[in-house]
Design a protein around this ligand. Structure first.
Ligand code: SF4
Length: 187
């Protein structure tokens, strides 16, 4: 009878570092990046059909909790990823911006679907042609609506950015310039 080898599942891969029997060393930045990456608290800002697709992502079949993001935050002050999904009218633009401004640094933004990314099919006087007109966006997920796999892919891209982000990024001249472009103060 052949021997069945069982491998211990790795929940989270360790960051780059130096290891020898009995110890593992890495930088504080990488350790913090690992923790942040695997505990992102999303703030869903859903206005229409893309929000329904997002519900599927939270349900057991796709289960965003597998990536450490099962805890949705309905308070901007307790979230670090703003997920905007759905058509955003021009009247709603200042509200999206207010929610973003209430979030503490470091924070990231994912625009989900054609409407949030570019206005989608609604090229009209009343619809904001992309949320990047009012807030900076880190990842755009295309589709109308995007498939749950695409949304998960977007979150994985955000996770990658989070884990590699330098402590100094938010104090860098480039980041300050970006905030100034949007008329916001770096918090
Ligand atoms: S991108 Fe398509 S599915 Fe998503 S909110 Fe717009 S119209 Fe609805």
């Amino acid at each position: 009878m052949s021997e069945v080898k069982t491998q211990k599942p790795t929940i989270v891969a360790p960051p780059d570092g130096y290891s020898q029997p009995g110890f593992f060393a890495t930088s504080l930045e990488k350790a913090v990046g690992l923790a942040r990456k695997n505990s992102i608290w999303p703030q869903p800002f859903a206005t229409s059909c893309c929000g329904i697709e997002f519900m599927a992502v939270m349900a057991p079949h796709y289960d965003l909790g597998r990536f450490g993001s099962e805890r949705l935050s309905y308070s901007p002050r307790q979230s670090d990823l703003l997920m905007v999904m759905g058509t955003i009218s021009k009247k709603m633009g200042p509200i999206v911006r207010q929610v973003y401004e209430q979030m503490a640094e470091p924070k990231w933004v994912l625009a989900m679907g054609a409407c949030a990314s570019s206005g989608g099919i609604f090229d009209t006087y009343s619809v904001l042609q992309g949320i990047d007109k009012v807030i900076p966006v880190d990842v755009y997920v295309p589709g109308c609506p995007p498939r749950p796999e695409q949304i998960i892919d977007g979150l994985l891209l955000i996770q990658d950015m989070v884990s590699k982000e330098s402590f100094r990024k938010r104090q860098s001249p480039e980041y300050k310039e970006l905030m100034t472009k949007y008329g916001m103060e770096n918090q």
